[in-house]
Design a binder for this molecule. Structure first.
Ligand code: AMP
Length: 112
């Protein structure tokens, strides 16, 4: 999508701090970390949010969760949170599907 920040990051047109990359997804450090570990995992192909996940693209989402599990193991994250905000009221500010991976501090539930 031409005017999408995360499409541009995935394409390398805007710099980011890479955590992991393959043909399907890209992981990079959040620019405003909310925990000692805070990275984002995004599909390279544009999907607006979880609301746009369908039978045609759910394989990409499954792959992203495999990558999250692998990265968490590699980084020895014993306890972590995976978050995806959908819509402005829930806190979504970038309208390209992304999963926050947060770890390294106590977290409360329910979230604010
Ligand atoms: P959300 O608010 O759930 O849509 O999450 C968007 C996230 O993207 C926020 O945590 C931002 O800090 C992060 N973010 C925005 N711009 C960038 C950027 N250029 N590089 C890395 N992370 C970013």
């Amino acid at each position: 999508m031409s005017n999408c920040l995360f499409c541009k990051i995935a394409a390398g047109e805007i710099p980011s701090n890479t955590v992991y990359e393959d043909e399907v997804c890209y992981a990079f450090h959040d620019i405003a970390p909310q925990a000692p570990t805070h990275f984002l995992v995004i599909p390279k192909a544009h999907i607006g949010s979880v609301s746009e996940v369908t039978a045609d693209n759910s394989g990409t989402v499954a792959h992203i969760f495999e990558v999250i599990a692998k990265l968490a193991k590699e980084q020895n994250l014993e306890s972590y949170r995976v978050v995806s905000n959908i819509g402005e009221q829930a806190g979504q500010s970038v309208f390209h599907l992304h999963f926050h991976v947060l770890s390294g501090r106590d977290m409360t539930w329910p979230p604010g």
